[in-house]
Design a protein. Sequence first.
Length: 283
Amino acid sequence: MTYGQLTKRKSARALTKDRKDREAREARADARIEKLKLKLKASGKLRFSRRNAKLIKQGQAIFSIPAGHACPFALTCLAFADRETGQITDGKDAEVRCFAASGEAWARSARVVHWHNFDMLRSCKTKSELVSLILSSLPDKITLVRIHAAGDFYSLLYFQAWLEVAKLRPGILFYAYTKAIYFWVQHIDSIPVNLRLTASYGGTHDHLIAQHSLKSAIIVNWRIDAQLQGLEIDHDDSHAWQGDASFALLIHGTQKAGSIQAKAWSAQRADKSAAKLRPSYTV
């Protein structure tokens, strides 16, 4: 056997091993997903997450439904991750790619959980059914709940259900960013004190935000953009669940290639990397 033939055979063996390893990983991933689906179905409850990049303390929980698919009022940040494949599609008016949709695109388990929640909610026919389902699914010993790290109030009945849940659980502080401004305005005098809403710019009813002096958040590409508008930048959601002042959020997450948002996000990441190399003292 010549050297070339030996090299070719070794390469073929390596490719075969790589393929088998990949297939084994995919099989294990499929098994984990099926186990998760069975666990969710057996629970008969909605699934709340205990943490994300912003909420890391004990007593905090996050609830999500599919980004885009459950965001009927989104415009400039509208994006959908396919339920099965994760393939992401931007809305026709999208300028900013939704961070939650990007997360669902690569996290199959997140899609499974979010769609499980959405399916269960949509199976409820009345507000009382929705309220009962949410209340029975709330984790124990929580004091702070973010409603919708992904998704939004997709119907008036669903919005009203969360109002009722907040009223029935006065010891829990609930908060949400929302583009369902029309629902909010309809109930502006009946929002429970322990439900803090922040109007998110970039939707179909932005004009109602200033008209009703609603607390709001706007996404900016650069820090200077927030400074020019006299807005503080939130990094940990504290502006959302505390106080009444509007604020800004820096662009984050994967953006459309070549866009100004993508350049801003790359600059942010580079700045964070550089910051790690800077000394913690001054001279």
